[in-house]
Design a protein around this ligand. Structure first.
Ligand code: ADP
Ligand code: MG
Length: 399
């Protein structure tokens, strides 16, 4: 789960990271009032969407010459103008995709006198099984580009969980950023506070880009992207409240309500499977037969008829789906329950694409009987290979 920049900054401030003052705003009036509470003379109005690249982004409604989603303002009138431009409009950045994202929240914050911009991130390095810090003097810009063209400017430091964050880690971060004296001490402190925040929130990612050095000689977190490990969120009800459902894919959101593991993919064949391994195998065998899956969907071990119906509706609601392959092994879940769910959902949602069902396991004969007597054009398959061949043939026949 990801959160907005202003939420991330409030969270990191609690762990001692240096953050400029700022306030969230949902309306133009709130934005002006927020600026009024800041000392000035420079304000920054920032669009809050779960995507980076806002500064260089463009608003669909405003034309190519308008400024992006991070704007400096010198007066309250300029704050008002910036907020009016952004709220309700669609910001397109390199991270949003061409559809862009509607801006519903703003963050109005103190303007900083920036002398230099660094990059500092924490993530879980799967290769070492450790939290790694990634530091670069080349902040403020596209870090992927830096990694590609000047990889020597990226420094990665893995932290042994047995020792935790040690003073020498702080010194290495400072050295990676070519800092000395007081700024080196500040860098060590920032790194240590980010590590504490990472552990304390079960984060999966903390990215500070830029970490700025101000003209006054202070380090300041100017942008923050924080994501959490979804499997640990149950331990953090306070973080769960920061969720902004308008930022999530509607189908994935609907699926999460039914506790379905659903991920939208680019292909044409919708899949409904129980068990993550079987779901992966089903996707593979669709590819082996020359087509691509439209989604990954694991309905889980003990799904109810309601859950199967919801899953089926989510697949059918995807306009890219040209055919559906249901592949269920009835172990804990019985085949007749699955069949009832499929029939109920197919009747409720006008089934307009070919449907191949492969059932195996407990009550398989009852399940097949329910499908056969449903009056629906459902094709039964006997094994995984047979099922994949049949759905690909059916889809190719109609398109
Ligand atoms: P994004 O990464 O989405 O473009 P950032 O928050 O990184 O958004 O802002 C883009 C750039 O705007 C930063 O690299 C920085 O140069 C400038 N900026 C952001 N916040 C401030 C601020 N509070 N004061 C001055 N400049 C800022
Ligand atoms: Mg940034």
């Amino acid at each position: 789960m990801n959160i907005h920049e202003y939420q991330a900054k409030e969270l990191l401030a609690k762990y001692g990271a240096p953050i400029a003052a700022g306030h969230a705003a949902f309306t133009v009036e709130e934005a002006v009032a927020a600026a009024g509470k800041l000392p000035g003379p420079l304000y920054v109005v920032k669009a809050q969407i779960h995507a980076g690249g806002r500064g260089k982004g463009k608003f669909k409604e405003l034309g190519p010459d308008a400024k992006g989603g991070v704007r400096l303002a010198k007066t309250l009138d300029e704050v008002k103008a910036a907020a009016t431009d952004m709220l309700g409009n669609t910001l397109v950045t390199i991270q949003t995709g061409p559809a862009g994202k509607q801006v519903n929240r703003l963050y109005v914050t103190d303007g900083a006198d920036i002398a230099k911009e660094f990059y500092l991130a924490l993530l879980v390095d799967r290769a070492t099984g450790r939290i790694a810090m990634v530091a670069s003097t080349e902040g403020g810009m596209d870090i992927e580009e830096v990694a590609h063209s000047t990889p020597e400017k990226i420094h990665t430091i893995a932290i042994d969980p047995a020792t935790g964050f040690m003073p020498h880690h702080g010194r290495r971060i400072a050295a990676a950023l070519s800092l000395t004296g007081d700024l080196a001490k500040q860098a060590a402190k920032v790194a240590s506070s980010l590590y504490a925040a990472f552990l304390g929130t079960d984060a999966s990612q903390i990215e500070i880009n830029p970490l700025a050095v101000t003209e006054q000689g202070n380090l300041l977190v100017l942008d923050a992207k924080v994501g959490f490990d979804g499997n640990a969120l149950f331990r953090h009800p306070d973080l769960m409240e920061l969720r902004d459902e308008t930022e999530e894919d509607p189908a994935e959101l609907e699926a999460s309500k039914y506790d379905l593991a659903y991920i939208k993919l680019d292909g044409d064949i919708g899949c409904m499977v129980n068990g993550a391994g079987l779901a992966m195998a089903t996707m593979d065998i669709i590819k082996l037969n020359g087509m691509f899956p439209a989604n990954f969907l694991d309905v889980g071990g003990g799904a109810s008829k309601e859950k199967v119906t919801a899953a089926f509706k989510i697949i059918l609601a995807d306009p890219a789906v040209k055919g559906i392959l249901v592949n269920i092994f009835g172990g804990i879940m019985k085949c007749d329950i699955i069949a009832e769910g499929i029939v109920a959902a197919a009747k409720e949602v006008n089934l307009s694409v070919p449907l191949v069902v492969r059932l195996e396991g407990t009550n398989v004969h009852m399940g097949k009987d329910i499908l056969a007597s449903s009056g629906l054009p459902i094709v039964s398959a006997d094994d995984l290979g047979d099922a994949a061949k049949k759905i690909v043939a059916q889809v190719k026949a109609v398109s």
